[in-house]
Design a protein around this ligand. Structure first.
Ligand code: AMP
Ligand code: MG
Length: 343
């Protein structure tokens, strides 16, 4: 189904309820709707409508073996999808849900194969975003949704970015303002006795271990048969080459030297990073504020999209420590970069 023009539904007062109920009715009718969440914008369909779910893969150009996350508005709705909610789910739900945490559990017969890419498990998430929660409630069904980008580029964190990618391919984009987290959810597999981190996110491995009171293992995304199929695909790639500098003592000096080399060759070099790096001599600079992991996450995808559309030759980015939420940021940066410079 091709829509000539995608509707942009605003959720500013006073039209909020009307916009959400229009989007919810469209989901129920088998249409695709891009919607806001606190992590990134999602491209949603009724989880029980096979034709609609298949159109998600088509609209994004997403490989069929990359399963979707199912978004729910309540714990009760989560229980519709799984054999049982394990004890660890309840422990984590109490602390983090709604929030940027996706939990993988054994699925039941209600879940379609196309949603899970044939896996015996289903990934479930309850977004911490009032518009998303209202949308799911009004639709009356869980909403299957990957990120609302064309496969291979950065996930959208604003309605305008989602619209840019999906105009003509979806019924509507529901605008709920910029995503506050800015990178995709932590994905944790609870389908066996050991908890396995499939994708790092802002809720860190260390935090999950403290809450669960046990070790969380980390899935190897270089594996031939990865536990989380999405991990094997290239993500987030900007159209400009990105050089990532790992955190190191003399980072400033190294960046200044690298910028100098490009300038000598007459290349336009841009820098993304904390305000303290603004004066290093690059032609363009995109600020990550104070440079905390939270701010890196919030600005990263917009920065990558911004420079993909600009006339520059090379993009440089200083890395951060790969602990806590810094691991999630560096995971995305590593995947986006064409060259990584270590200490
Ligand atoms: P996206 O929504 O585009 O951020 O992608 C969803 C991510 O969740 C991908 O990395 C998927 O591989 C992962 N995922 C979804 N369902 C499952 C599942 N049942 N088991 C493991 N990983 C999953
Ligand atoms: Mg994605």
């Amino acid at each position: 189904m091709i829509h000539r023009d995608t509707i942009l539904l605003q959720t500013e007062f006073p039209g909020k309820d009307k916009a959400i109920s229009t989007a919810a009715a469209a989901i129920r009718d088998g249409e695709l709707v891009a919607f806001p969440t606190e992590t990134v914008y999602g491209l949603g369909a009724n989880v029980y409508d096979e034709a609609a779910v298949l159109r998600i893969f088509e609209a994004k150009g997403r490989p069929a073996d990359n399963p979707l996350i199912v978004h729910v508005a309540s714990i009760e709705q989560a229980s519709e999808l799984v054999m049982e909610l394990p004890e660890s789910f309840h422990v984590l739900a109490e602390k983090y849900l709604p929030g940027p945490l996706t939990l993988v559990m054994k699925r039941n017969a209600a879940v379609l194969d196309c949603v899970t890419a044939g896996l015996e498990t289903v990934a479930v998430r309850m977004p911490d975003h009032a518009v998303a929660l209202q949308l799911i409630k009004d639709a009356g069904v869980p909403i299957a949704a990957p990120s609302a980008n064309i496969s291979g580029i950065a996930s959208p964190v604003t309605a305008a970015q989602a619209y840019n990618d999906l105009n003509g391919k979806v019924y509507a984009v529901l605008d709920g303002g910029p995503s506050s987290v800015g990178i995709e959810s932590t994905v944790l597999d609870l389908s066996s006795d050991e908890a396995m981190l499939l994708r790092p996110g802002m809720i860190s491995k260390e935090e999950l271990e403290a809450t669960l009171g046990k070790t969380v293992n980390v899935a190897d995304d270089q594996d031939a048969k990865p536990r989380s199929p999405g991990m094997k695909y290239v993500h987030y790639a900007p159209t400009v080459p990105l050089v990532l500098f790992l955190a190191q003592v003399d980072l400033r000096t190294k960046l200044v030297a690298e910028i100098g080399l490009y300038l000598e060759k007459g290349k336009k070099v841009a820098l993304i990073g904390p305000d303290s790096f603004e004066d290093l001599g690059a032609a363009s600079f995109y600020s990550f504020g104070s440079g905390s992991a939270v701010e890196y996450a919030r600005h990263l995808y917009s920065a990558l999209r911004y420079f993909s559309a600009e006339d520059i030759d090379i993009l440089l980015c200083p890395g951060i420590e790969e602990t806590g939420p810094g691991l999630a940021v560096m995971n995305r940066l590593r995947k986006a970069s064409s060259r990584i410079i270590g200490p």
